[in-house]
Design a protein around this ligand. Structure first.
Ligand code: CA
Length: 237
């Protein structure tokens, strides 16, 4: 069950939100006092917070800043609810760390859509890191830092491993030499573009020992991992 925390001091609005969110399948926790918010967030770790701007004791804006400065809580999406509609208030709200901003009176369907969007964004950014990538019979395991083709263990160097990881996690996407230089070596060191070709050649040699060549060379463009188009295989740029 996805829990949404409603922080709102006006009971009519709080009840309206609670009713509609529960109807939409969410669990809710309603908080009316600003000074209870942080402890309640820490205790319940809601999936999302609807945060009223104008609260007695402590403003929604202050609460937003406190939540964002807490490493345990900072990734929880916050949608600010406010009667203020001016552009500058929106800017202040977003710069305090709110993810979204809804002005009262709001429409429930629009608010539900915003909630969904913000929940989806978090679920993709905090998704656990993938441990294993596969392309055809090629398997790259990021935990064991090993590459296999079928049952055969393929020994590759650390640079080849990183190149393969980039290619296999973005199948059929073409990376230019410059892309690879930036992604694998970073911008801080100067590496000859031809160095990329050397590592591609090593990677290709290691992989091809046990199967077809899936590293595609797109002349004057770059490299990709692809099982279509065989004519350019086996060559460097
Ligand atoms: Ca209020």
């Amino acid at each position: 069950m996805t829990t949404i925390m409603i922080v709102e001091d006006e009971q009519a609005i709080s009840l309206l939100l609670k009713y509609n969110l529960e109807k939409a399948g969410y669990d809710t926790i309603c908080i009316t006092h600003g000074n209870r918010v942080i402890s309640a967030v820490e205790k319940n770790l809601p999936a999302l917070i609807l945060l009223d701007w104008m609260l007695p004791e402590i403003s929604g804006l202050e609460l937003c800043k406190i939540i964002r400065s807490n490493p345990e809580l900072k990734n929880i999406p916050i949608i600010m609810l406010t009667a203020k509609g001016q552009e500058e208030d929106k800017v202040i709200g977003l710069s305090a760390g709110a993810d979204d901003y809804v002005t009262k009176p709001f429409s429930i369907p629009e608010l539900l859509a915003r909630i969904k969007t913000n929940l989806r964004r978090v679920s993709t950014t905090t998704a656990p890191v993938k441990k294993e990538y596969t392309f055809k019979d090629i398997v790259l395991n990021t935990v064991e830092k090993k590459v296999f083709r079928g049952d055969n263990y393929i020994q590759v160097g650390p640079t080849e491993f990183r190149i393969l990881k980039l290619l296999i996690s973005n199948p059929r996407l073409v990376f230019s030499r410059e892309d690879l230089l930036k992604e694998i070596w970073g911008n801080s060191v100067y590496v000859e573009p031809r160095t990329v070709d050397v590592h591609i050649r090593r990677l290709r040699k290691a992989l091809n020992e046990y199967g077809a060549d899936y590293i595609r060379t797109i002349r004057a463009t770059g490299y990709s991992l692809d099982d279509h188009d065989t004519e350019t295989k086996g060559t460097e740029l």
